[in-house]
Design a binder for this molecule. Structure first.
Ligand SMILES: [Zn+2]
Ligand SMILES: [Zn+2]
Ligand SMILES: [Zn+2]
Length: 173
């Protein structure tokens, strides 16, 4: 199995080949943006990534982050996802299995999931309509387990009561 490090090196090579094919050189800022993006397993907006990158180098501008994300997307390392809040998020694309998303409308948490049964059902539906699907993105909006617990607390806690300790269930990010 390829280690994280191997995977990063492969992704880095793909990126550098892509920018070279456009007649560009790898710069220190592009390297930092690429590294930061590839080492964060999250769904990031340009602003999120900009904030992370600025922790290491405050001189990196928004436009450079935008352009580098665009290059990463063209190179097949990143892909755009939308969660219905009018923002564009980016996630890893290279060597990442297909998955769908559940989005908490209260805290914005995004849960990734994959269901063989749902995938098969979608294919069957497409067949039924003689539709040739190229790709899909299934998104479910709702309230995550933590926000449900928070809601329950607000509703059940008598006024002036001490905040109760609540059990956090571990859910897959
Ligand atoms: Zn799917
Ligand atoms: Zn939530
Ligand atoms: Zn995702």
């Amino acid at each position: 199995m390829a280690t994280r490090r191997d995977r990063f090196e492969t992704e880095r090579k793909i990126f550098i080949e892509h920018i070279r094919s456009l007649g560009l050189r790898q710069t220190g800022q592009r390297e930092l943006i690429m590294k930061t993006f590839l080492s964060t397993e999250e769904h990031l907006t340009i602003e999120d990534l900009h904030r992370l990158v600025q922790k290491h180098d405050p001189t990196v501008g928004h436009t450079t982050v935008y352009r580098t994300l665009k290059l990463l997307t063209e190179a097949g390392l990143a892909r755009e996802v939308r969660f219905g809040d009018n923002k564009t998020y980016f996630e890893h694309h290279y060597n990442h299995e297909h998955h769908d998303h559940m989005i908490c409308t209260q805290c914005g948490r995004v849960i990734e999931f994959y269901s063989e049964a749902i995938e098969n059902l979608q294919e069957k539906m497409a067949e039924k309509f003689n539709f040739r699907p190229t790709h899909h993105s299934l998104r479910m909006w709702g309230i995550c387990v933590d926000c449900q617990a928070r809601e329950a607390e607000v509703h059940t806690a008598p006024s002036g009561a001490q905040p109760r300790v609540r059990v956090r269930s571990a859910i897959r990010k």
